[in-house]
Design a protein around this ligand. Sequence first.
Ligand code: FES
Ligand code: FES
Length: 179
Amino acid sequence: MNAFSELDVAGGGTTTALPGKSAVTLTINGKETRLEVAPWTTLLDLLREYLDLTGTKKGCDHGQCGSCTVLVDGKRVNSCLTLAIMKDGCEITTIEGLAGPDGALHPMQQAFVDCDAFQCGYCTPGQICSAVGMIREGHAHSDDEIREQMSGNLCRCGAYPNILDAIKQAYAATEKQAA
Ligand code: FES
Ligand code: FES
């Protein structure tokens, strides 16, 4: 048993719900998932420790680095600062859910590859989810705006110039598609 063994994943074969648990239903990467979790469980821990969706990274665990960024109903959030039960009924998209059903990379993922926009890669899932959310918000009109809007996503390897190039490439592709 690990620290998270109090979790009951519906349909997962365990029925160990204990008093003090809260039920939460999330649609994660298109799949409805019903869980019973301790009320203090963060969305980040739910994804990584309970569902093995380890693409979302834990950096600071204090809302300072952005490596845990996921999309909740299309909006980017720091999952380390978000209690899972607060998002009951929401749609969660993680880095694992961005690719198409045929496995084709999301344009933002492809742009990061094309532009060599990472070194160690630890910040990359958060960078990509945040960039996808930023473009949806309509905030990618200039280099300065992108830098400002992405300032919550830190890269300890300093890959910022290439990250900027990747976001601009993906944004241009999105604009072209919309035209
Ligand atoms: S791990 Fe969430 S902001 Fe750093
Ligand atoms: S690529 Fe290493 S932290 Fe960003």
